[in-house]
Design a protein around this ligand. Structure first.
Ligand SMILES: [Zn+2]
Length: 88
């Protein structure tokens, strides 16, 4: 679904990157003000703007410590959260 090969794996840890909607990134910045380690430049998928991010290196920014983590899109097109990814 995503053709850019450079998005597929985190350059730091090799974990498969996920995509975060740009509007969600704005909410994350407002709420957590995290120092993103792996947030990439926006790409357009199915007409929406997404930023690739590593769910392992940036698990805190994705809401690991929150009761409800932020929605992320996996490369297979599934909407999930960092909590679900940690379980698998
Ligand atoms: Zn990583």
């Amino acid at each position: 679904m995503i053709s850019d090969k450079s998005l597929e794996k985190c350059q730091h840890c090799g974990t498969s990157s996920v995509l975060v909607e740009s509007e969600v990134v704005i909410r994350i910045k407002e709420l957590l003000q995290p120092n993103f380690k792996t947030l990439g430049t926006a790409v357009t998928v199915n007409g929406n703007r997404y930023h690739p991010i590593c769910p392992s290196c940036d698990s805190y920014a994705l809401g690991l410590d929150l009761v409800e983590a932020f929605p992320v899109l996996t490369q297979s097109g599934k909407i999930t959260t960092v909590h679900e990814l940690e379980k698998s």
